[in-house]
Design a protein around this ligand. Structure first.
Ligand code: ADP
Length: 562
């Protein structure tokens, strides 16, 4: 059975029953049908005790993903099986990957959050709300320019772009306001995907509605003709943040669903980890920490991207830190990083000449990730996510490799077996959490400058020689210094396939420099995005998009959704 068939065959419990397992009362539940609900966090009874947080991250992935969401879901089921009251907090899927190349984000096999069809498509409408709020802000900027432009906004400097939750390269660069006087002022503009927008970042990093409004009001939308920043707060007599916030009010409540194994799951917010900060909302994680003994959460792509950003951006913004880190690795990612093609690494059967040698080469990637993650300060374990084509010899090879690097590793088969497939890992993690109070520590102090932060990340996380700032990035750094914004955290926008900014440099490349092309201040989110290499904030669809195989029959049954 494929993921969708397994999800459909699962016996779901009414969402109120799932809520009751973590003492969320019915009056705090806003049901969306039988199996999904929003949680009114103001009506939750908190014991005052906080759970422990397990961060799931990974090695550099193949284009299909290595199973971090799958392992996060299966591991939380396993933790419940071994007696630790556990919730999982994950991001909401974006329609970009759903219809593009990578697929959904609800886990896979018997380690899924359900109902996957709803979660992967429109869910409870949060992305619609975020898209609308962001586009309202864009609209208010152009409207201000149209009606006299009292602020003196230079239309050539408008920074925020309209957004859409879809991969659509054709909208990257557009001209708006065509059609004469009645239709605005023409200017060059462009679209970004919703998950890369500042409103998405603000949504995920805000602790409550007041924080949300405060952050929205700080968003820098453009510059004036004399090069002063214009913020959302300056648009109209009361600023743009009020209108944006009412569009986001309901969406700010985290969404409760269940895993196939019956674990309560909060799925909320969804910034990508390559071009944004890559973690679910801090409201969802904080809510789960208030309700459960253990919380599993995932940061996107490899530990060099979502992991690093979780340590330096998400945790400090949310006021939490992971007490253990689980690094997901796969036999196929080692082979891919060792130079085998996607077809070869997924090939079933016994014809495996050269595969162990490829794993040896690719294991440099795992080694560098482990070295990084160990330096964060919390205990580290590896989850080797078992795929159907993996042999015993290959799985054992990875386990031995981790042992040689001083890291405990367990093979997990949650995709095939649900929570039972991660029992050993869960038992080990419970012990680790009992024995240690260490948590991951941010790499920087609030006084560390942007140039120093980027240089540190490139040299000590990516393993590069140094950073080249383009002339544009140098000018932007000087502007940030002049504006007193040169000590903000940095959100690196980098390819997920390589430690470097070249997606083809797999494994553990050395002797490279990273080019920072542009620095975009996101004052609302509270970070500066450093665009490296050829990273785009509006992806495109591949030649054979996933939507080619999707359909709905006359009874309303969806087919082809993975
Ligand atoms: P990530 O979160 O790392 O991007 P996902 O958990 O979304 O990865 O998994 C990516 C895809 O791989 C999904 O389609 C999932 O069903 C599939 N997958 C994950 N683990 C396994 C496994 N052990 N065996 C087979 N398929 C798997």
């Amino acid at each position: 059975m494929n993921d969708a068939e397994i999800s459909l065959a699962a016996e779901l419990k009414p969402i109120a029953d799932i809520a009751a397992t973590v003492k969320i009362s019915e009056d705090a539940l806003i049901p969306y049908g039988h199996y999904m609900a929003k949680v009114d966090t103001q009506k939750i009874q908190r014991s005052g005790k906080r759970g422990k947080l397990i961060l799931v991250t990974g090695t550099s992935p193949t284009p299909a993903g290595e199973g971090k969401s799958t392992v996060s879901v299966g591991l939380s089921d396993a933790l419940n099986l071994v007696g630790s009251k556990t919730m999982v907090a994950l991001r909401e899927p974006s329609l970009g990957p759903v219809f593009g190349m990578k697929g959904g984000a609800t886990g896979g096999g018997y380690a899924q959050v359900v109902p996957m069809e709803n979660i992967n498509l429109h869910f409870t409408g949060d992305f619609h709300a975020i898209t609308s709020a962001h586009n309202l802000l864009c609209n208010l900027v152009d409207n201000h320019i149209n009606h006299g432009n009292d602020l003196g906004i230079d239309p050539r400097t408008v920074r925020i772009k309209r957004v859409l939750d879809m991969n659509d390269r054709n909208l990257r660069n557009v001209v708006i306001g065509l059609g004469g006087r009645a239709s605005g002022s023409p200017r060059e503009d462009g679209f970004e995907i919703t998950v890369a927008s500042e409103t998405m970042a603000v949504f995920c990093l805000s602790r409550d509605l007041d924080d949300l409004k405060e952050r929205l009001s700080r968003i820098v939308v453009a510059e004036t003709y004399d090069r002063q920043p214009v913020t959302a707060a300056q648009l109209g007599p009361n600023g743009a943040q009020g209108g944006m916030a009412i569009l986001l009010r309901d969406a700010m409540r985290p969404n409760l669903v269940q895993s196939i194994g019956g674990t309560p799951a909060l799925i909320h917010g969804g910034p990508f980890a390559n071009i944004a900060h890559g973690a679910n909302s801090v409201i969802a994680t904080n809510t789960a920490l208030d309700l459960a003994d253990t919380v599993v959460t995932e940061a996107g792509f490899g530990a060099d991207l979502g992991g690093e950003k979780f340590v330096n951006i998400t945790g400090p913004a949310g006021g939490f830190a992971a007490a253990a880190v689980t690094v997901v690795s796969t036999v196929r990612s080692l082979k891919y990083n060792g130079g085998l093609s996607v077809a070869e690494v997924n090939k079933p059967g016994d014809d495996r000449a050269g595969h162990i040698q490829a794993m040896e080469r690719g294991s440099e990637n795992l080694a560098r990730h482990l070295q990084n993650v160990k330096s964060w300060g919390a205990p580290v374990v590896v989850a080797i996510n078992q795929f159907p084509q993996d042999t015993e010899e290959e799985l054992q090879w990875v386990k031995d490799f981790c042992a040689q690097h001083g890291v405990h590793a367990e093979v997990v088969s949650v995709w095939a077996n649900g929570g039972e497939g991660a029992r050993a890992l869960a038992e080990h993690l419970v012990e680790v959490l009992n024995d240690s109070d260490d948590t991951v520590q941010p790499m920087f102090t609030p006084e560390t400058g942007i140039r120093e932060r980027i240089t540190h990340i490139v040299k000590h996380v990516y393993g590069g020689d140094g950073v080249d700032f383009s002339a544009t990035a140098e000018r932007q750094l000087q502007q940030l210094e002049a504006a007193g914004q040169d000590k903000l955290p940095v959100c690196m926008a980098k390819t997920q396939y390589s430690f470097s900014d070249d997606p083809k440099a797999l494994g553990a490349p050395c002797d490279f420099r990273v080019t920072v092309r542009e620095l975009n201040v996101r004052a609302g989110a509270g970070f500066v995005v450093a665009l490296t290499g050829a990273m785009m904030t509006m992806p495109g669809l591949p030649a054979d998009p996933a939507s080619d195989n999707m359909d709905v029959d006359e009874h309303g049954n969806i087919v082809g959704l993975f």
